[in-house]
Design a protein around this ligand. Structure first.
Ligand SMILES: [Zn+2]
Length: 271
């Protein structure tokens, strides 16, 4: 599943090809993805320029002249930059073509992705309105987490994966951040100390930045129609390593299921 760093890398990958470009036509190959596709999309957006691009949580926002396209990659979606001689592949559901001869295609085999059009402020869209702060901003820090966690009995792992707490911290990054911060994933969010929340906020930022930096090296994939962008190879301390030795203390890592997601942690290094 594309996580925040993959979405940020997608944004940086497509931006130089489509920013400022005039939309000349749109091809819709099916009526829906996770939600119905805007049926009159072509007539709405043809003739408009892509004014700018931005990201909110795992949503990509393409700002046009009269509104915003909101894209979500779902479980398996990816965006590719294509050129005129490109032959559509099986799961290319939407193409947006530009005057410069390039196109943007939305490929999504599992079709959990979304493409929506809004003419009001995108941050007020129902999908985005209740999202917590962006993890890489100053608004996201230890004191924010600590205040928000007061009295909360939910596990710290579920708490930081809740998009109302912070936008876009998925399973891998949550598990890795908790290891770096030395916090056991099952611990009640309301019992984590103020100091530990400082460590945790720093760890989340560090891991996401590391992954985005790694993602920069895959940017060329956006020009290769067959190029795949998978998970970035950040150094994983715990994720997927249940039963293997902890890199810090050498003891066997444990596995537990929290909120229906498998979680690996070190019972010695995480308290
Ligand atoms: Zn350990």
């Amino acid at each position: 599943m594309p996580e925040l760093p993959e979405v940020e890398t997608t944004l940086r990958g497509i931006e130089p090809h489509i920013q400022g470009q005039l939309i000349t036509n749109v091809i819709l190959r099916r009526p829906d993805l996770r939600f119905p596709l805007p049926i009159d999309l072509e007539s709405i957006i043809t003739g408009q320029h892509i004014v700018s691009l931005s990201r909110r949580a795992k949503y990509l926002l393409l700002h046009l002249e009269t509104g915003t396209l909101i894209l979500h990659l779902g479980m398996s979606g990816k965006l590719k930059i294509i050129s005129r001689n490109y032959q559509p592949s099986k799961h290319d559901h939407v193409d947006i073509w530009f005057k410069n001869g390039k196109g943007l295609t939305f490929n999504d085999p599992r079709r959990f992705g979304a493409l929506l059009w809004t003419e009001t402020a995108p941050e007020q869209h129902p999908l985005l309105a209740s999202l917590g702060p962006e993890p890489l901003t100053k608004a996201f820090n230890g004191i924010y987490l600590w205040q928000r966690a007061q009295g909360r009995k939910t596990s710290i792992k579920n708490f930081i994966m809740d998009s109302h707490t912070v936008a876009g911290v998925g399973n891998i990054y949550a598990a890795e951040a908790l290891f770096l911060a030395g916090i056991r994933p099952q611990k009640a969010a309301g019992k984590v100390t103020r100091d530990d929340y400082d460590q945790l906020a720093d760890a989340i930022k560090k891991i996401l930045k590391q992954a985005i930096k790694k993602g920069g090296t895959t940017l060329r994939d956006f020009l290769d129609p067959n190029g795949a962008t998978g998970y970035f190879s950040i150094e994983l301390n715990v994720y997927g390593r249940g039963g293997e030795p902890c890199f810090q203390c050498g003891r066997r890592l444990k596995s537990d299921v929290i909120g229906q997601r498998s979680t690996v942690y070190c019972a010695h290094c995480q308290r």
